[in-house]
Design a protein around this ligand. Structure first.
Ligand code: HEM
Length: 393
């Protein structure tokens, strides 16, 4: 019988070693450093209105990749270009997904938009479709006459107001310019305030951006979701209904409409052509069209306004810089014609001003959050599957 004990002992020792090795390697999985968390709350008590600035202050003690907890949800934050590169370039496939939330599920048709799509075949197909068909250089160039015309309307308004010594609210004017350009590019026509809900088009878009940026406690404490203590889920569902009715109306207006008189096909035309021809080669119906329409509208309107608003503010605060911009414009363009988009590549100083303002006042300082689809090691730190990642630019 002794000959039986020997192989059994070898197998037992082997299994024991394997278990010990697993235990040992588990111990080696160290999360990035971060502040001490409170039970349940995590680190929520450390943040005020400006999350990106508060995170920056805390990171000074912990380094360029930091672990924190929003309630029960673990979050990893990257602070330097090298750290960001680790998540967005070196391990891009692991971190390309976005976390699900009430806004992406309800307003964006269960994450059928680009910004919050889950990484996978749909994510790849939809990006390819948008890159080739909606946001190609040829498509963007085709809208150039429209952009010139809209800018001309604003310049004439400001000229007239200057002659009459009237005060102009430039933020409101640039906001309308951005909204009109986005609407013309996406829907082919401008939409007025009365076209969306009782509050009006721009106010509803602002509501949507506000709610998307607002912390939803049900996301941090999933067991609270059914109580909807902030009324967050109710507001999201109301907005989803308003947007859906509006987007359905836009699609109905496009179906059966002739494109012949149009200067350039708008983006809904292109999306509806793909839908009707069945050329997409992946599941693509009205929900996908609506999700992409809304994505483009939300992604383009406020980012452009915020960026231009800050550039104008900083130029007014720094007359010496404004003077240099004027001098360059006089040299490159002269005083007898409007600046054209083609001039932009020769306006090097203006380009630097824009880049510096983007650095100082990025439109989305934390970028939309990412979520990992598998375990990963970053800079010798462990990032477990499902980690949320914020890039603090
Ligand atoms: C000054 C203007 C703009 C700024 C500052 C800006 C900024 C950004 C930022 C920071 C992101 C997130 C990138 C990331 O998480 O990796 C983004 C994504 C996006 N933007 Fe813009 N954007 C601007 C204009 C526009 C315009 C005009 C459009 C549409 C015509 C647009 C469409 C999009 C789309 C579709 C995405 C999602 C891309 C993806 O998830 O892969 N943006 N933008």
């Amino acid at each position: 019988m002794a000959f039986l004990w020997l192989p059994l002992a070898v197998v037992a020792i082997f299994l024991l070693l394997q278990k010990l090795q697993k235990k040992f390697s588990k111990k080696k999985k160290i999360l990035p450093p971060g502040p001490r968390k409170l039970p349940l709350l995590g680190n929520l008590h450390m943040f005020g209105d400006n999350l990106h600035q508060d995170l920056n202050k805390i990171a000074k003690k912990h380094g360029p990749i930091m672990s924190i907890h929003f309630g029960l949800v673990p979050v990893i934050v990257a602070f330097t270009p090298y750290a960001a590169e680790q998540f967005l370039k070196t391990h891009d496939l692991t971190f390309s997904s976005r976390p699900s939330n009430q806004v992406s599920e309800n307003i964006f048709y269960k994450r059928k938009n680009l910004v919050s799509a889950r990484y996978g075949p749909y994510w790849r197909n939809m990006r390819k479709l948008c890159t080739l068909q909606l946001l190609s250089s040829a498509k963007i160039l085709a809208f150039q006459p429209m952009r010139k015309q809209e800018l001309g309307i604003l310049i004439n308004f400001v000229k007239q107001a200057a002659m009459e010594h009237k005060v102009v609210d430039l933020t409101a004017k640039v906001g309308s310019l951005s909204a009109n350009m986005s609407c013309l590019m996406i829907f082919g026509k401008k939409y007025m305030d009365e076209d969306l809900g009782e509050k009006g088009f721009k106010a509803i878009i602002q509501d949507m951006l506000h709610i998307a940026a607002l912390p939803n406690f049900s996301d941090f404490f999933p067991f609270l979701r059914i109580f909807d203590l902030q009324g967050y889920n109710r507001r999201v569902k109301e907005l989803a209904k308003l947007f859906d009715e509006f987007l359905e109306r836009v699609i109905d207006e496009h179906v059966g409409e002739s494109n012949e008189q149009k200067q350039a096909k708008d983006m809904v035309d292109t999306l509806m052509e793909i839908l009707q021809s069945g050329a997409a080669e992946f599941e693509f119906d009205r929900r996908h069209v609506k999700a992409i329409m809304l994505d483009l509208l939300i992604a383009s309107m406020d980012t452009s306004l915020t960026t231009i608003d800050w550039i104008l503010t900083e130029l007014l605060r720094h007359p010496d810089v404004m003077k240099k911009v004027h001098n360059e414009l006089e040299q490159v363009v002269g005083k007898n014609r409007m600046v054209e988009e083609l001039d932009l590549e020769s306006l090097e100083y203006l380009d630097m001003v824009i880049k510096e303002c983007n650095r100082l006042y990025p439109a989305a300082p934390l970028l939309p959050p990412h979520e990992s689809i598998e375990d990963c090691t970053i800079n010798n730190f462990h990032s477990p599957k499902g980690s949320r990642v914020l890039i603090n630019i």
